[in-house]
Structures are given as structure tokens and as C-alpha cells.
Design a protein around this ligand. Structure first.
Ligand SMILES: Cc1ncc(COP(=O)(O)O)c(C=O)c1O
Length: 451
């Protein structure tokens, strides 16, 4: 009953707002809530959808975390090499168990974890690693620090993940590895990426910095490739300020990672290779271990809230929640990401849309402004004698051309996301506020031009 009734009311409202043309081309009515349609946008003086309410704050802590840090302080075991049963070795075992890997080596950051893997695989000057331009600079930095060449493949515009076809196009005789980034805490197209890696005899280092406990085809992200890396930086869904971790099942390779991250010194105490000092300290691990109680419940809550939000948003014209690949299981929800397609919003630019939403009490972020293919580090490395020595003139010229990633540019222009670690621990009503605010702005899209 409601359906027909609502459709008629929507038509009347849209007609009075002069937007019948927009209605004809959209699927208005399928997304449910219409209570905000007739109300005035907060940015134009109306009542905001969300008022005087706060979001669950982040990073998470409770008395367990405080007790854990106090215990470490009093123990005087402040460095991992002081004890085999200190907080870092304990954390490594628990984290490996949590993600279903045999081994973990904890590091001081996600960037350090990635760089350790690059070195442990023997990747260095003259080698190339294919990765995404839509990521934290730490991804690229891990390859550059090894003096190898990060080659950026373009994205799938709807999932924000690496496009496997472009990855394959960019493989050459110098390519040694693929470093897929699980953007937002959702799986990259791992089925295809693993198949390409196998066919070209390449290693896979998963950048799972945002993807704790997320799943793909029954496996946790970070455990599908040769090595997987996580970040525990303050904003991440498991956080200790700054921290990182590597997981894998190959003991020999993980021993190499240990040696590299321990200034080249093996567990047996011999200094065997060149390596930085990237050890996690005991206080960082104490903060992480203090969060263990309730850790899985918090992930389940983020997933339930994300599912509710997606159900509310998926049919809103011009709002496209992140595409997930077949085989994607639970997500990490470091970000709840969506594309804003302005052609459904009277061609109003994204910043105006975000401004109108902010006035409704809901803050979405554009996230990464420019893909890394548009940042000045490329000029820096191309002008360095060391890169000119290692790669031919022809290769470096071609490299610059390969730095065009138009799909990534589009993703940067369309992205609207929630920093989800804290907010997705909120209530169903909090999620409804987000959806209601977006729908209200959509239904008043003809007024956005006056802002
Ligand atoms: C996708 C991705 N890769 C790598 C990193 C680097 O991790 P860290 O900041 O812990 O060095 C981050 C952190 O934001 C990230 O999001």
C-alpha cells in the first residue's frame, strides 16, 4: 500500500521542487525513508537530522588497556629482546591465531612491516613492484626505501581496488612482486591477483594495513599471499598509536623477516644481512593485548552496522557503496566508503554535497585528495642518479607515461567516506541518521545549487 502512496507523494514533492526530470531518470522510492523529503536543508536554516549526539570515540580503550600498560611499566620488560614471554612475543602469537596464520612478526608501523617484507624477499635496486596509487604513502615508501621501483596500476572505479587487467599489463622482466592494497578493509580481487602472480612467477605482499579480520573466500586477508602486513596506527580498527605486523605460514621466510626487522640480526644472534631496526616495543604490544577482550564483538558490530547502512543506501540514486568482490566475507570497516555521482544530484559538486551533509550533523570525508601517481615523489626519484643508473632511459620514460591512472583520479573525485573504526561501533539509530541525512540531501538536490 505504502509504496504506491509514497510514490504519488514523492511525485508531488518533486514536481513542486521542479525536479520531475531528475525523478524520471532515477529510482526514487526504492530506498525507503522519505520523512525528510519536505523538510528544509539545515544548511539553508532547517532542522538538522542529527543534533547534540556524539559518535563512539576512537581509539578504543578501557581499563584492561590501562592495566596492561601499567603491568608492563612495572615489569621493567620494555623491549622485546628482554623476554621471550613479554608482550610483543605474546601479541605475535595471539595475532597470528586471530588471523589464522602460523607466524607473526610485530614491527613499529605498517610501513615498516611492508618494507621488511620487500627486503626479506630480496627485492631491491633494479626490481619493480606493482601496487595501487590509491593508498597511504607508506605502501609506496616501503618499495622506495628498498630502492626498487613502485609501478602503479589503475583501479576498478567501483571497488577502489587494483584492476587486475592493468596489473597484468604493467608486468615486465623486472617485476618481482604485486602488492595489492585491501582498500577500506575490504578484499582486493585476490582470486585474479593470485592467479596472475602464479602465472608470472611473482610474489604477493598483501597490504592489509586497513583490513584486520576481513575475509575472502573463507581466509583472513593477509594470509592469502606470500606475506601479509597490518598497521596498528591510531586510526586503525586495532590500534596502539604506531605499530605494525607481518603474518605468513612460511617459517623460513618469517625468520628472514625477523632478521631484517632486527637490524639484520637473526633469532640466533648472528648479524647476517643489512636491515633496519623496526622492532615493536613492549608498551605498544601492551596496548594491543589490553584490547583483546571484546575484539571480535567490535568487528561483528561494525559489520552489522555496515550491512544496515548499505541496505539503506544501496538504492539511493547517485550513492554507490563500495563494490565487493564475490568471495568477500566479513569486512574490517576501517572506512565505510561510497561514491558520490554528481549527475544524480543536479551536477552539484561533491564538496557542496559534503557541506550540506555536515550541516545535517553527518560528516563524510573525501579521503585521499590525489592518488600517489600525482604526488611530487615521482620527479624526485626520476631525477636521482641512483634511479638513472639502475633503470634504462627508455624504462624511466615509459614509467612516467605509466603513471597515468584515470580511474584513480575518478575515485579521488567521487569518494565520500566515513572514518569507520569508531563511528561504526555506534547504534542502528546512528546509522539511520547517516542514511536519513544523505537521503534528505538527495531529495533536496534541486536546492543545492543555491549554497
Ligand atoms: C593501505 C595502507 N598501507 C600502509 C599504511 C601504512 O601504515 P603505517 O601508518 O602504520 O605505517 C597505511 C596506514 O594508513 C594504510 O592505510
Amino acid at each position: 500500500m505504502e509504496r504506491q502512496d509514497l510514490t504519488r507523494r514523492q511525485l508531488l514533492a518533486a514536481a513542486s521542487a521542479g525536479s520531475l526530470a531528475g525523478l524520471a531518470s532515477s529510482t526514487i522510492g526504492t530506498y525507503g525513508n522519505v520523512t525528510n523529503r519536505a523538510t528544509k536543508l539545515a544548511i539553508l536554516g532547517g532542522e538538522p537530522v542529527r543534533k547534540n549526539k556524539s559518535w563512539p570515540s576512537w581509539p578504543y580503550w578501557d581499563e584492561n588497556v590501562v592495566d596492561s600498560v601499567t603491568k608492563t611499566t612495572k615489569s621493567r620488560i620494555w623491549c622485546r629482546i628482554q623476554s621471550k614471554s613479554g608482550t610483543v612475543p605474546t601479541f605475535e602469537k595471539k595475532f597470528a591465531d586471530l588471523v589464522g596464520a602460523k607466524f607473526c612478526v610485530a614491527t613499529g608501523s605498517g610501513t615498516q612491516a611492508l618494507h621488511t617484507c620487500v627486503e626479506a624477499l630480496g627485492i631491491g635496486p633494479g626490481d619493480e613492484v606493482i601496487t595501487s596509487p590509491y593508498t597511504d604513502p607508506g605502501t609506496i615508501s616501503s618499495i622506495l626505501t628498498a630502492r626498487a621501483l613502485p609501478v602503479m596500476a589503475d583501479l576498478d572505479c567501483e571497488s577502489y581496488q587494483l584492476d587486475p587487467d592493468d596489473v597484468e599489463r604493467k608486468i615486465n622482466e623486472n617485476t618481482r612482486a604485486i602488492m595489492p592494497v585491501h582498500m577500506g578493509g575490504q578484499a582486493a580481487d585476490m582470486g585474479r591477483i593470485m592467479e596472475i602472480a602464479k602465472r608470472h612467477d611473482l610474489k604477493v605482499i598483501e597490504d592489509a594495513a586497513q583490513a584486520h579480520l576481513a575475509e575472502y573466500k573463507g581466509k583472513k586477508l593477509g594470509t592469502i599471499g606470500d606475506l601479509g602486513c597490518f598497521s596498528f596506527q591510531a586510526s586503525k580498527t586495532i590500534a596502539c598509536g604506531e605499530g605494525g605486523g607481518i603474518v605468513a605460514n612460511d617459517e623460513e621466510l618469517m625468520d628472514k623477516c625477523y632478521t631484517v626487522h632486527n637490524h639484520g640480526t637473526s633469532r640466533g644472534g648472528r648479524t647476517e644481512v643489512a636491515g633496519p631496526k623496526y622492532r615493536m616495543n613492549e608498551f605498544e604490544a601492551a596496548v594491543l593485548l589490553g584490547q583483546w577482550p571484546g575484539i571480535e564483538e567490535r568487528f561483528a558490530r561494525r559489520n552489522a552496522n555496515a550491512a544496515h547502512l548499505t541496505a539503506r543506501l544501496k538504492d539511493v540514486p547517485g550513492i554507490r557503496p563500495q563494490k565487493l568482490y564475490e568471495g568477500t566475507g566479513k569486512g574490517s570497516f576501517y572506512l565505510y566508503a561510497m561514491s558520490y555521482l554528481k549527475e544524480h544530484f543536479n551536477d552539484v559538486d561533491r564538496d557542496t554535497f559534503l557541506k550540506a551533509l555536515r550541516a545535517e550533523g553527518v560528516s563524510l570525508s573525501p579521503y585521499i585528495k590525489n592518488g600517489l601517481h600525482r604526488e611530487p615523489w615521482i620527479d624526485h626519484i626520476l631525477s636521482r642518479p641512483v634511479y638513472k643508473k639502475m633503470y634504462s632511459k627508455r624504462r624511466l620514460k615509459e614509467y612516467r607515461r605509466q603513471c597515468e591512472c584515470p580511474n584513480c583520479d575518478r575515485v579521488c573525485a567521487e569518494m565520500a567516506m566515513i572514518w569507520a573504526s569508531g563511528p561504526l561501533l555506534g547504534t542502528k539509530e546512528d546509522m539511520d541518521d547517516v542514511a536519513d541525512a544523505i537521503i534528505k540531501v538527495y531529495e533536496n538536490r534541486d536546492k543545492l545549487r543555491s549554497i
